[in-house]
Design a protein around this ligand. Structure first.
Ligand code: URP
Ligand code: ZN
Ligand code: ZN
Ligand code: ZN
Length: 484
């Protein structure tokens, strides 16, 4: 079997950095050591050999707000490998009344032209017996994480009773509960009021979703997950209010993880006050960009470990699509891009500034994600036996983010003009060079679906679960219970 050797680089994992060559055969790492030889050699002199990025949160070709997100699995994974990401985890979004497995089949059909591996989370967009039954099928088919939207009232939002039932089911199945944490009722009220007062511009989007709606929903989801005895992953943690809830839960021994986005780490709410309507609307996403003070909180969370992963929530819309919301901000499709930019921007703003070590960078862009989503060490590792999903990272290579040269099919980039130092020299997907010399080496259909097993059995005796399951006196009608 033909082999590839990556020579002369420094391996950087979440734990340690050391000089060694990496030998690959049949898509996996077969040897790590000094002076290795093989049929093909990739020069990594002066570079770091890191596990390829895993983006735990994307929406490719997703039906949303009356349109479809503009990047499909083809362009989305091209952007991914160009930026050093080798695995994306996309959300299957069943229509109202549609079975989960039928929706999953749609996602499998859409993903046949992917350039790198991918996996799916399942979204719980409505509630009923069919969903309850299909959740077991979803787990059997390798989709073991279930996202609940606490926002988007009248569309995707689930209520607390549904969320509690679903969380219990997820816990019973050994799955992971996920939430988009924003109080959808309050957002709907604030939106209606802003529009009635004539505040129709994109900045109204930010005013309708203050940090409190996220903090409240995060706290609520944590408490409901605790009562249901299920681990919880909070997507797009954007503010101190939500981070604080996650920090407190983790300190109390709860299995709760938070995921800031690269957008929220480096872009702030002043983008919405730009006089150019298009500029502001292109940045409309939920949760919105925040005041700079919240960015300090997110960086501190990554440094201390109270926040675990950096994602993109890549859900890209063209300027034309955004213009659907001219005259009514609530109709601007919510979402931004970032698949190509996550690693380079995080390196520039995180590692080059001294906020993160290279090892912490690997942890939050790859290894922690693989562990939480139960893909480790197949993904997220530089170990013998692991998939050769690798990025050979040149810390000296410079660039500038520009829509003109990006792989995404949209016509702008929210990080436009950001200066980069640190970019991929090569990106390898299961041993195949998918990006080299600044160019994607396309092979649509190379990417494979990566099923994920249920999580190892965890101690479900979280605080409230213990109380709920403990025998307690009950008072039935006519029979006075003593001691209550
Ligand atoms: O604005 C966003 N985040 N759009 C994508 C859907 C979601 O809420 O994650
Ligand atoms: Zn969301
Ligand atoms: Zn502009
Ligand atoms: Zn999302």
């Amino acid at each position: 079997m033909a082999s590839t050797v990556i020579k002369g680089g420094t391996i950087v994992t979440a734990d340690l950095s050391y000089e060694a060559d990496v030998k690959i055969e049949g898509g996996t790492i077969v040897e790590i050591g000094k002076n290795l030889s093989g049929d093909k050699v990739l020069d990594a002199a002066g570079c770091y050999i890191m596990p390829g990025g895993i983006d735990p949160h994307t929406h490719l070709e997703m039906p949303f707000m009356g349109t479809y997100s503009a990047d499909d699995f083809e362009s989305g994974t091209r952007a991914a490998v160009a930026g050093g990401t080798t695995c994306v985890i996309d959300f299957v979004l069943p229509d109202q009344g549609q079975g989960l497995m039928e929706a999953a089949q749609r996602w499998h059909n859409k993903s046949t032209r992917a350039h790198c591996d991918y996996s799916f989370h399942m979204a719980i967009t409505w509630w009923g017996e069919k969903v309850w039954e299909d959740m077991a099928e979803s787990v059997k088919a390798g989709m073991t994480s279930f996202k609940h939207f606490m926002a988007y009232k009248g569309a995707l939002m689930v209520n607390d009773d549904e969320m509690f039932q679903s969380f219990r089911r997820v816990g019973d199945l050994g799955g992971l509960a996920m939430v988009h944490a924003e109080n959808g009722d309050v957002v709907a009220e604030l939106t209606a009021r802003l529009l009635a007062e004539g505040n129709t511009g994109p900045e109204g989007h930010a005013y309708s979703r203050p940090p409190q709606v996220e903090g409240e929903a995060t706290n609520r989801a944590i408490m409901i997950a605790d009562m249901a005895g299920v681990p919880l992953y909070v997507v797009h943690t954007s503010c101190e209010d939500s981070h604080e809830a996650i920090r407190r839960a983790r300190q109390a021994g709860k299995r709760v993880w938070g995921e800031p986005l690269i957008q929220h780490l480096v872009l702030d709410e002043s983008e919405y006050f730009n006089a150019d309507w298009d500029h502001a609307a292109r940045r409309v996403m939920s949760p919105p960009f925040r005041n700079k003070l919240h960015q300090d909180s997110l960086w501190a969370g990554l440094q201390s470990g109270s926040l675990s992963c950096v994602a993109t929530d890549h859900c890209a819309f063209t300027t034309d699509q955004k213009r659907t919301g001219l005259g009514d901000f609530s109709k601007i499709p919510n979402g931004t891009g970032g698949l190509q930019d996550r690693l380079p921007v995080l390196w520039a703003q995180g590692v080059n500034t001294g906020r993160l070590t290279p090892n912490e960078f690997v942890a939050v862009t790859s290894t922690n994600i693989a562990k939480i989503l139960n893909m480790y060490p197949k993904k997220g590792a530089v170990l013998v036996g692991a998939d050769a999903d690798l990025v050979i990272w040149d810390p000296q290579k410079e660039g500038v983010v520009s829509a003109a040269s990006q792989e995404s099919s949209i016509d702008y980039n929210v990080f436009e003009g950001q200066k980069l130092k640190g970019l991929p020299r090569y990106t390898l997907s299961r041993g195949r060079v998918a990006f080299e010399d600044g160019k994607v080496q396309p092979e649509p259909g190379w990417g494979q679906f990566t099923p994920r097993a249920p999580r190892p059995a965890v101690n479900r005796a979280l605080s409230a679960w213990k109380e709920l399951s403990a025998p307690r006196p009950v008072r039935r009608s006519g029979i006075p219970a003593s001691g209550v």
